[in-house]
Design a protein around this ligand. Structure first.
Ligand code: SAM
Length: 217
């Protein structure tokens, strides 16, 4: 399944950044950086579904020694991210290991100080997120962080209804473009907590339609 999604994202890589910026008043990018300053001391990171590399570039700037394993199922996304770092931060390229693979096929052998999933878990259903969390847990030691930015359902009643409609449209559109296996937002926060992680920082954007959360094991 991850392989066909990867091919789907290959098709939209050239316009991904523009769509993300325009559809969210640049909040999709901004929200990912909410707690990036708190990632200045970690030694190792696993960034999953990192896309065109916006977050990667900021992470390498914020933390001058971190080593990053950068995983994405789309070969074109990986190529774009690598090119971005090579152009903007050429001296830092050696700190990144690019892996073009669906996360489901990753060997969960390594242990990381922080695992990053920005606008990634929304591509899966509850069962798949649960399976991913089981695997992440094996790749985290006590004190490791999970950094998640994604869509969420706001607490305000009016906004909640509007967000549900907006998300339905987004899933329909994206579903067509990238062969999404799901059509609805999974219960990301409850599933992560179910695996024993606790929230240490959380910030809402666009009145709660987007949330950046840092969890600790
Ligand atoms: C919605 S984009 C998010 C990109 C970036 N994190 C951001 O916030 O802008 C999702 C990314 O996950 C990648 N992806 C989708 N399914 C995947 C899978 N099963 N394993 C690894 N990467 C996957 C896509 O190729 C795409 O780059």
């Amino acid at each position: 399944m991850g392989r066909s999604i990867g091919k789907g994202f290959d098709r939209i890589v050239f316009m991904y950044d523009t769509i993300a910026r325009m559809a969210s008043f640049n909040q999709i990018n901004k929200s990912q950086l909410a707690f990036i300053e708190k990632l200045s001391t970690q030694s190792t990171s696993l960034v999953i579904g990192g896309g065109t590399g916006y977050f990667l570039q900021q992470l390498l700037k914020t933390n001058r020694t971190i080593r990053v394993t950068y995983v994405d199922a789309s070969a074109k996304m990986i190529a774009y991210a690598r090119k971005r770092v090579a152009k903007q931060l050429p001296k830092e390229l050696h700190r990144v290991t690019f892996v073009c693979k669906p996360v489901e096929e990753l060997d969960p052998a390594g242990v990381y100080d922080v695992i990053v999933c920005n606008y990634f878990l929304d591509l899966f259903d509850d069962t798949q997120v649960d399976t991913l969390m089981r695997s992440f847990n094996k790749q985290m030691s006590k004190g490791s962080l999970l950094y998640v930015t994604d869509f969420s359902i706001p607490s305000n009643r009016m906004l909640r209804a509007g967000t549900r409609i907006g998300l339905r449209m987004l899933y329909w559109l994206f579903g067509k473009a990238v062969y999404l296996p799901t059509r609805k937002l999974p219960s990301i926060d409850p599933l992560i907590k179910h695996h024993g992680l606790t929230v240490i920082h959380s910030k809402l954007f666009l009145q709660g339609i987007l949330t950046c959360t840092m969890y600790k094991k």
